[in-house]
Ligand binder design. Structure first.
Ligand code: TRP
Length: 342
């Protein structure tokens, strides 16, 4: 009989996160909002990072595109600094225990509880709830399984995922209460200081891969020329003074935020540097800086994508390490659930 949930091998707490491969490339907002935190966390945490391809099929999609996007996603995570030698980097569908646990968790989730998830309401407005898939509806339950199968302590996510983490915590506590201590109850890790990057064409909307037009979205696969063009045509604000004022000057403030994130310098420093200069000066400076950054990022990504068998090997190794934790967790869950041992 298992007595305890499997813990991390070396006593470090565990971190886990995923980022949907729902566009042809991740963008600058994903990099500063998520991947930079992932990279920092792998120092202190036993980290698990994955590509949620099972989540990606809950909306209409193209199978060939999904396969390509999954490779690009893996390559970009590595290019961003996720170290597969240290962290387990894997594809969700390579670890069948996610889907198996999701079924068990779905059976202790209330229909009303699931109906209150706001992301489903947001994502289903387009086609209407009747034509949305049941998979999209149960998406948060699969996400809870992603987290609980690894006994994760910390889950770095954006503010938009807070409600899903809250559901995950409730399901963990409910299962533990009904069937005995089984799951670690995870904490969200929402970094307040993480740079929030907005769309260059609409600086009141988050930079998003699902935006209709990519004119305001800096993709990590853009060429330096594309990057420069996007910044040149970035929307700025009325007035002429360069100052940080997200309410009154969302466009300029967004540019300052990106500049600060790229250089690791405080925003106030940058405002001082550009004192008395025009919006155009800031645009040119940031266009150059970002073009260099994205250019180098693209080179690393392409190099990784050129060797698919090496990527396959990295992902297979990641999945094997993930299953070392996922398999015993599922065994414990099945035993607690009253299933006869096969
Ligand atoms: N839902 C997350 C997003 O859209 C992606 C995701 C899936 C995830 N499973 C997860 C994030 C588990 C953290 C942990 O951003």
């Amino acid at each position: 009989m298992h007595s305890m949930a499997p813990q991390s091998r070396d006593g470090r707490p565990r971190a886990l996160s995923g980022a949907q491969p729902s566009a042809d490339s991740y963008h600058l907002g994903n990099y500063f909002g998520a991947f930079k935190q992932w990279v920092t966390l792998q120092e202190e945490f036993d980290a698990f990072y994955f590509i949620p391809d099972l989540h990606a099929i809950t909306v209409e999609y193209d199978p060939a595109l999904l396969r390509e996007r999954t490779y690009v996603a893996a390559a970009q995570m590595i290019a961003a600094g996720v170290d597969p030698g240290r962290s387990a980097l894997f594809v969700q569908s390579h670890v069948p225990e996610h889907a198996q646990l999701a079924w068990v968790l779905g059976s202790i989730t209330g229909f009303g509880e699931a109906s209150r998830m706001t992301q489903f309401k947001d994502k289903s407005v387009k086609g209407g709830q009747d034509s949305s898939s049941v998979g999209l509806f149960t998406y948060p339950i699969l996400m809870a399984a992603d987290i609980l199968i690894y006994q994760a302590d910390k889950v770095p996510v954006g503010e938009d995922q807070r409600q899903h983490i809250e559901l995950t915590r409730n399901l963990a506590q409910r299962f533990n209460h009904r069937f005995g201590e089984t799951f670690t109850v995870p904490e969200p890790h929402i970094v307040k200081s993480a740079a929030k990057i907005y769309d260059l064409q609409d600086p009141t909307a988050k930079m998003s891969g699902s935006s209709q037009s990519h004119a305001g979205v800096v993709d990590l696969t853009d060429t330096p020329q594309q990057v420069a063009k996007k910044f040149r045509s970035a929307v700025t604000d009325s007035g002429t003074e360069i100052s940080f004022d997200p309410q009154g000057k969302p466009g300029i403030s967004n540019l300052l935020t990106i500049y600060s994130a790229l250089t690791d310098r405080p925003i106030a420093d940058i405002v001082t540097e550009f004192q008395g200069q025009q919006y155009g000066h800031l645009k040119v400076a940031i266009a150059d800086l970002t073009a260099d950054f994205v250019g180098a990022f693209g080179d690393r990504t392409r190099q990784l994508l050129d060797d698919r068998s090496e990527l396959d090997r990295i992902l297979a190794d990641g999945a094997a390490r993930a299953r070392e934790v996922a398999v015993p967790t599922l065994e414990l869950v099945y035993e607690r659930s009253g299933f006869v041992t096969p």
